[in-house]
Design a protein around this ligand. Sequence first.
Ligand SMILES: Nc1ncnc2c1ncn2[C@@H]1O[C@H](COP(=O)(O)OP(=O)(O)OP(=O)(O)O)[C@@H](O)[C@H]1O
Ligand SMILES: [Mg+2]
Length: 241
Amino acid sequence: MVKTNENGAFFKLDDVSVSYGQIEALKGVTVEVGEGEIVSLIGANGAGKSTTLMTISGILKPKKGKKYFDGEDVTDASADGIVGRGIVQVPEGRRIFPRMSVQENLEMGAFRRHKADTGTLDHVFELFPILKERRGQKGGTLSGGEQQMLAIARSLMAEPRLLLLDEPSLGLAPKIVEDIFATINRINSEGITVFLVEQNAAMALDVSHRGYVMETGKVVLQDTSANLLENEEVQKAYLGG
Ligand SMILES: Nc1ncnc2c1ncn2[C@@H]1O[C@H](COP(=O)(O)OP(=O)(O)OP(=O)(O)O)[C@@H](O)[C@H]1O
Ligand SMILES: [Mg+2]
């Protein structure tokens, strides 16, 4: 394979622009994620965070710019091709299958994986004991927090190398949010690289190594999460400081 990404980042969006018809939602966005990192993308409503994730996962196509993963130019890869390479997105709003059981939801997650099951279900049940307990229960009857767990667990069934999370804390009680972020930490410590989109900037920066701040389709700031937490502008705009 030709190594096309000269600086060798595990994942990179390079100067990517994306439009919805006449609306330019991303205007030259460059984002890098190193292998093993948790990187967060924070920003207000409509900044372009979900658009960035959907561009990474191949649901949206860049009008301009390049996308690299593991040394390969994947700009033109299909959404299925992206999953096959190991980039898996947990969608905003969870979107589990409400009438299927917890276990069936998880099996759906393994459906697009291009290799045989290697005990992933057992591992996922070990990460999320509550889902094991409720394996026979219909997805739609789970609490909001459990549904978010199920959405993350379902993505893990595809054995991602890069996991994309879109606002995992949305609409959840603080205690549940803490559980979700602890889980993200654990997933990462087991070797999965994480790219996390959040409006909950405090939690996102707390769990991540580095962060990007996005405003109206552009990255306006990037730094270590520790520095961003100390940054006055960031505090004023996103941390209620
Ligand atoms: N399907 C679409 N058609 C047209 N415009 C869209 C579409 N989806 C998003 N947009 C616009 O693109 C911009 C970026 O939207 P995006 O959903 O990426 O923002 P976001 O940062 O994820 O916001 P939120 O925090 O509310 O989820 C917004 O101005 C939005 O109105
Ligand atoms: Mg969004």
